[in-house]
Design a protein around this ligand. Structure first.
Ligand SMILES: Nc1nc2c([nH]c(=O)n2[C@@H]2O[C@H](COP(=O)(O)OP(=O)(O)OP(=O)(O)O)[C@@H](O)[C@H]2O)c(=O)[nH]1
Ligand SMILES: [Mg+2]
Length: 134
């Protein structure tokens, strides 16, 4: 039996000091309290880039241009009820101030400190890619 495939686009925003933005998932949602990369489900008719432009506006209140989204790697992880395919982009340039519209908390973290923040299991293999990049 094959699980439902869920495509989620995620983005690591990187600031001028090489720190990465992670966000704490709100209470009441799946995996509440874990730290994630902002993003969300790719809706029908959307490209992953369009999803990220929408989600980063909804979740963080910033404007991102497609040209500023660079693919880095992806996660492929089986959860009990679905299989997650999650492209991870990086973005170093955006307009506006990052604010919490959705998450409990935001943190700017150096890649070698990401392990101090509990993340969903799908995210763990992504960390070395960010460490290598920065
Ligand atoms: N955004 C995001 N989702 C992740 C990450 N890692 C991971 O396993 N996921 C999973 O991907 C799924 C969808 O993510 P999401 O909750 O952001 O979706 P969304 O923004 O569209 O939210 P919604 O369901 O309220 O519409 C969730 O099951 C979430 O746990 C990650 O780093 N970032
Ligand atoms: Mg989301």
């Amino acid at each position: 039996m094959s699980a439902r495939l869920l495509i989620v686009a995620a983005c690591a925003l990187i600031d001028a000091d090489g720190r990465i933005l992670i966000a704490k998932r709100p209470a009441g949602k799946a995996m509440a309290g874990l730290w994630e990369f902002p993003g969300g489900k790719v809706e029908p008719g959307e490209t992953p880039e369009q999803t990220l432009i929408r989600e980063l506006s909804e979740e963080l209140g910033i404007v991102v241009r497609e040209a500023c989204l660079a693919p880095l790697t992806f996660a492929s992880h089986s959860y009990p009820d679905f299989h997650l395919l999650m492209p991870l982009y990086v973005c170093r340039r955006w307009e506006g101030q990052v604010t919490t519209q959705h998450h409990t908390e935001l943190a700017w973290v150096r890649p070698n400190k990401l392990r101090d923040y509990p993340m969903p299991p799908a995210d763990e293999p992504l960390i070395p890619h960010l460490t290598a990049l920065l």
